[in-house]
Write a protein that binds this ligand. Structure first.
Ligand code: MN9
Length: 289
């Protein structure tokens, strides 16, 4: 389960329906061109929180059908509706997903006992490993080292997708839990996270930029930090441009430039303006010719 996982994008038509052909093409591009080791399905980047339960299931099914056992699959099943989280945990496990992941419950200010119970409820319902999805900037949930330690006591909780710029905490988790899997979640911070000996990374920009990301990760692992820095620098020039133009929409537009039917984002996300589409094509020209 180590290595680089794309936080998989999903293709939608203009009405917001899943574009199966496009989704399959995105999967193929990730495996064949971006050369990632696995896919993280129905995460933030997959616009998961904008989908119905049926749509989430459709995505899980299509992706598994396209991938078979070519690369590893992690299914993000976390939801504010605990029954849905359980249902999706069972669904992905039955489909043969290698692990599940669940975002920390958000919006309401849940205390830690509630968060722990949420993970226990999900895990009691399936026989699969779970990766905590921690993204404090979007969820408002900031767990400390002791809280991670308590969750990690569960042997089925095998790791964390750590999407935060807190390298002190990241280092402490690494130090205390050498056997758990730590995936870095901010692509623009892949190098500093790699220096701290993470096991892998999960990112949106890997859909496109998987090859550079892999270079960063592998160079850092072999101690070649200066070389890794050069690749991170180009990567961050790219990421800065993408963030400035609209994160998911721009990644989709660049995928379209590469011949992938990446479609639209779902509302309330908006489509790019003509000027933004032009800029996305310039980004594609500059970094992916
Ligand atoms: O899954 C992604 N997080 C979100 C991780 O999209 C919320 C990251 O890959 C970021 O998109 C990326 C750009 O900030 O690092």
């Amino acid at each position: 389960m180590k290595g680089l996982f794309s936080a998989l994008m999903c293709s939608f038509d203009e009405q917001g329906n899943i574009n199966e052909k496009g989704l399959r093409e995105i999967v193929r591009y990730n495996i064949d061109v971006s050369k990632v080791d696995g896919l993280y399905v129905n995460g933030s980047t997959g616009e998961n929180f904008l989908l119905s339960t049926d749509q989430k299931k459709q995505v899980f099914e299509i992706v598994k059908d396209e991938v078979g056992s070519e690369v590893k699959l992690i299914g993000q099943v976390g939801s504010l509706n605990i029954d849905e989280a359980v249902e999706l945990a069972q669904f992905t496990t039955d489909l043969g997903y290698d692990a599940i992941s669940a975002v920390t419950p958000f919006y309401y200010k849940f205390d830690f006992a509630e968060i722990k119970d949420y993970y226990q409820t999900i895990l009691e319902s399936v026989d699969n490993d779970l990766i905590i999805y921690s993204i404090p900037a979007l969820t408002g949930v900031n767990m400390n080292l002791d809280q991670f330690a308590e969750l990690f006591e569960h042997e089925k909780i095998i790791g964390v997708k750590f999407t935060a710029p807190d390298f002190f905490l990241l280092e402490r988790i690494r130090h205390k839990f050498p056997e758990k899997l730590i995936y870095s979640g901010f692509d623009e911070m892949l190098l500093p996270a790699s220096v701290l000996d993470i096991d892998g990374a999960i990112g949106s920009t890997f859909n496109l930029n998987g090859q550079r990301a892999k270079q960063i990760f592998e160079l850092a692992q072999s101690g070649k930090n200066q070389e890794a820095r050069a690749v991170q620098e180009v990567t961050n020039d790219l990421i800065a441009e993408i963030l400035d133009n609209g994160l998911y929409q721009t990644i989709k537009e660049v995928l379209k430039y590469k011949g992938v039917d990446a479609g639209f984002c779902r509302k309330p996300m908006r489509a790019l303006t003509e000027i933004e589409v032009t800029r996305a094509n310039e980004i594609a020209d500059k970094y992916f010719k």
